[in-house]
Ligand binder design. Structure first.
Ligand code: FMN
Length: 334
């Protein structure tokens, strides 16, 4: 079990790295933690039912002690099962529980959770109450500005107030609606337009609530600017594809006086972690598939990435090779 991070929710929510299935696993989160010591990290969505009824609990819950502060995201719609899952998350050492009511995947929605659950505020409130009553962790929610025809401001505002009354500690609002009839999950992250003004209005009308904005932020300066309207900013795709473009989170968001790290600094600092993973029989690609994104927009970035990927996919990558290629980056000043 890991120790609970001491930061309060108010300190950790200014910038967070979004939950993303198949992306924000523990290895990616370790990379992000080397980039920012402060940002709140999220797990991928874990279906509460799978956690409670599976015999791979340890694998689903596993994270590295260095990852704190870390929020575990649950999908689900059964308050009893969520209660069990919340207890497990608390015992395992997570800092926060997030409830996902924004995922538009048909597989998720067919289980009547994710975005489709936003149509049933009473059920969402019951789930939040159950999570709150079963643990002492902050319980937060991630949702859209609307779903299909339930997309008026009034609907959103009532939804948020109901969920606040149920005890939610923070609202992460992906500033586009979900269109469940006709768009796939990928399209649902690009086609419905981003409407920051709606989320701004929500915050203005509910100043006492902690509201984090999500969707479409591409750089640190845009994010810092958003903090004048919102309590926090959540970043997804941009941070996954271009992690190093976010190297000034600690300086610009948290006012920490340190030098932003280079790609080689980060990779060198991960060497003991990668070595341990390989020694335990882990595949190098598990980590390298994320790591290669650190090297972009510099001369010969593609060559560097190809060399790492090819060796790694062929299962021939060892620490000496990684050190050699990383030293080359360092010599070039990256
Ligand atoms: C590959 C991928 C997987 C995602 N998985 C999840 C998830 O598990 N839970 C969730 O709440 N949102 C998920 N999302 C949505 C993101 O958390 C975020 O809300 C969305 O990408 C918008 O933010 P962005 O424009 O900064 O990327 C996912 C997005 C992507 C691209």
């Amino acid at each position: 079990m890991n120790s609970v991070h001491t930061n309060s929710i108010k300190n950790i929510h200014k910038l967070s790295i979004a939950p993303m299935m198949d992306c924000t696993d523990k290895h990616f989160r370790m990379i992000m933690r080397k980039i920012s010591s402060e940002a709140l990290l999220y797990t991928e969505m874990i279906v509460a039912q799978s956690l409670v009824y599976t015999n791979t609990k340890e694998k689903l819950l596993d994270f590295n002690n260095e990852e704190h502060p870390i929020s575990i995201q649950f999908g689900g719609d059964n308050p009893q099962i969520l209660k069990e899952a919340a207890r497990m998350a608390q015992d395992w050492g997570y800092d926060e529980i997030n409830f996902n009511v924004g995922c538009p995947s048909p597989r998720v929605c067919s289980g009547n959770f994710g975005a489709s659950l936003m149509r049933d505020p009473k059920k969402v409130a019951k789930c939040i109450e159950s999570l709150k009553n079963s643990c002492s962790l902050p319980v937060t929610i991630k949702h859209r500005i609307g779903v299909d025809d339930d997309d008026s401001f009034r609907y959103l505002n009532n939804f948020v107030r109901d969920i606040a009354n149920a005890g939610a500690d923070r609202f992460t609002v992906h500033a586009r609606k979900a269109i469940l009839k006709g768009l796939n999950p990928k399209q649902n992250r690009t086609i419905p337009p981003l409407k920051y003004d709606i989320v701004k209005k929500l915050k203005k009308l509910n100043p006492e609530l902690l509201i984090e904005i999500n969707g479409g932020f591409h750089n640190i300066d845009e994010s810092v600017k958003a903090l004048s309207d919102f309590d926090g900013v959540m970043i997804g795709r941009s941070v996954y594809k271009y992690p190093l473009r976010w190297s000034e989170i600690d300086q610009k968001v948290y006012g920490i006086n340190t030098k932003p790290k280079s790609a080689s600094d980060i990779i060198f600092s991960l060497i003991p972690y990668i070595e341990k993973h390989l020694n335990n029989g882990g595949k190098s690609w598990d980590i390298c598939k994320h790591l290669i994104n650190l090297v972009e927009s510099i001369p010969k970035a593609k060559v560097w990435r190809n060399q790492i990927s090819t060796k790694s996919i062929k299962k021939e990558l060892d620490i000496e090779y990684l050190l050699k290629l990383t030293s080359r980056l360092e010599e070039m000043g990256y």
